[in-house]
Ligand binder design. Structure first.
Ligand SMILES: O=C(O)c1ccccc1N[C@@H]1O[C@H](COP(=O)(O)O)[C@@H](O)[C@H]1O
Length: 212
């Protein structure tokens, strides 16, 4: 299972989290977020990571322009882009055409079970879907959980990642109910926004080992 730790801001924490077993690291490219880092800061983190068994490096954007993504990629060679705003399938298609080597992840902030239907329109234009909890004022990193039971019937045509308020204390409960291709954690493994708590990341992987 993929394990993405998001909201990384420090090279040493990125190295430690990769060594603990994270398969993906997320970098927040949304300037309004307290976890925002510049393309230059991302570049410094990528340079600190080992080249062998390197985790996927994912830039998280919300309603970006193609030019903004291109500028970021020119500085920081990310392997994937996560779109966390109201990006259309047409925009995803354009992004895919411009950057065919990138994994495209489309995030959906789910306010009700009915909103899951919108994911179908993206199945052919992205590689991976991601479900996060809805918050009226914040785009992400909210610490709010989804109603996992209501997602049991979610069987999309693409692999999907579960996000939203996951932490070492609730991850096994979530995974008893759902079988996503991966999980995505941010505020549930940090001391303050962008400052990851390595003890909590260790606890997360201990919990995941119990499941195996
Ligand atoms: O983390 C942020 O600050 C953020 C800002 C803008 C868009 C997305 C953001 N984070 C994403 O939120 C989810 C889960 O967060 P949490 O575990 O509930 O704290 C994750 O997909 C992050 O990529």
């Amino acid at each position: 299972m993929r394990v993405k730790i998001c909201g990384i801001t420090q090279p040493a924490q990125a190295q430690a989290i990769a060594a603990l077993g994270a398969t993906a690291l997320g970098f927040i490219c949304v300037s309004a977020s307290p976890r925002y880092i510049t393309p230059e800061q991302i570049q410094a983190i990528l340079a600190a990571l080992p080249t062998a068994n390197r985790p996927d490096c994912i830039g998280v954007f919300a309603n970006p322009t193609l030019a903004e993504i291109a500028t970021t990629l020119a500085i920081a060679p990310l392997s994937a882009i996560q779109l966390h705003g109201q990006e259309t399938p047409q925009f995803c298609q354009q992004l895919r055409q411009q950057f065919p080597h990138l994994e495209l992840i489309k995030a959906f902030r789910i306010s009700s079970i009915e909103t899951l239907a919108q994911t179908a329109a993206y199945a052919t234009v992205v590689d991976t879907l991601l479900l996060d909890a809805y918050h009226p004022q914040q785009l992400g990193g909210t610490g709010q959980t989804l109603d996992w039971r209501s997602l049991k019937s979610f069987q999309p045509q693409k692999p999907w990642l579960l996000a939203g308020g996951l932490n070492p204390g609730n991850i096994l409960t979530a995974l008893q109910q759902l079988s996503p291709a991966g999980i995505d954690l941010s505020s549930g493994v940090e001391r303050s926004p962008g400052d990851k708590d390595l003890d909590l990341v260790v606890q997360l992987f201990e919990q995941l080992r119990h499941r195996a």
